[in-house]
Write a protein that binds this ligand. Sequence first.
Ligand code: NAP
Ligand code: F7E
Length: 360
Amino acid sequence: MKKALITGVTGQDGSYLSEFLIGRGYDVHGVIRRSSVDFRERIAHLEGQPRFHLHYGDLSDTSSLVKVIGLVRPDEIYNLAAQSHVQVSFDSPEYTADIDATGVLRILEAVRITGLADTCRIYQASTSELYGKVEEVPQSETTPFHPYSPYAVAKQYGFWITKEYREAYHMFCCSGILFNHESERRGETFVTRKITLAAARIAQGKQEKLLLGNLSSLRDWGYAKDYVECMWLILQHEVPDDFVIATGVQHSVREFATLAFRHAGIELEWTGEGLDEKGINKANGKVVVEVSPDFYRPTDVVNLWGDPSKARRELGWNPQKTSFEELVRIMVDHDMKKVAKEQALEHINLAEYLEKGVVK
Ligand code: NAP
Ligand code: F7E
């Protein structure tokens, strides 16, 4: 039985990858960090399974990484842990560099220290943010990098140190240059999930308005569940290499919002420009989307569009398994149910409250 170690196991990708690898017969070991509240919602359904194990560790703590890698002795490591929010990286640039840049080096060194350099394959979660202020459209493995945020600069170090260890020590380490991938498990402050949750809440009368930043920003959005398969395929390849993983289709934030609201039953009409742009509910004339400068970034990446030809050709991966429309539908359906469930729970709590005579 193969053993895989996943850092960032509690994240969107970590949870899907764990499910995928367990399904492939792997023994899966995840690295979690201690926090004052146990927030393991995405992996709660896996805990207690005989082939799923959790270990404490932190990418800022070399000794914890050496300990867990030495203990598990994995065949494959998927380094998904990161401070993954681009806007937050402007507020915490040093922390972002420590985890997203030096953290990668700590993993690579831990593999060497524990004597696994010849046997352990390593996947590094790289990103389309490396293309940043893009020098070519669409972007492929040969497009020059131009990182455009503290997050991207840190990830660029992660990319190059992974390549360096491959060449210097002949280690099987690879980077997946993944374009944005979303899902019903996406963190709630990334733009897609922020939109689908707000659309569900507005449609069910639980929220008045959604505030967004740059509506014209363009992204190549795929479905996270499809992308974790590619992480695994990259490590099964005969030779270690780097791959762009994307759908090859591009949409704006505005288009995403239009489709998400439509699926939630609200037809939007856009008026105005820049900070004055508004999304109006055609049915009642109410403004439901507004632009706020709070969500603008000091430097923003606005034209990401991936060319997944190499992954399709060499890994046999299908970049269009889930369409953009299907992705939006999956996320909105999930959030419509989530909001309805929260509302039902509120009613139950209120009923209990009334029954006990606390509220007259
Ligand atoms: P995510 O949901 O934000 O998950 C990040 C994971 O990293 C969480 O499990 C988090 O743990 C963990 N983590 C953060 N800091 C850590 C530390 N110091 N030590 C140990 N673990 C730490 O991210 P994701 O969307 O799944 O993305 C996975 C990886 O792919 C990240 O490296 C991200 O930068 C990269 N990436 C993502 C995308 C995308 O579109 N999703 C695209 C390209 C690349 P807690 O739960 O404790 O916070
Ligand atoms: O922003 C614009 C924002 O935060 C997308 C991470 O997984 O993918 C992700 O990074 C775009 C940007 O993702 C809001 O300015 C407008 O242009 O959803 P996002 P991201 O920055 O692309 C890459 C590939 C990663 O590697 C990262 O880990 O949408 N935008 N209005 C907004 N963005 C947010 N978050 N919130 C807004 O209100």
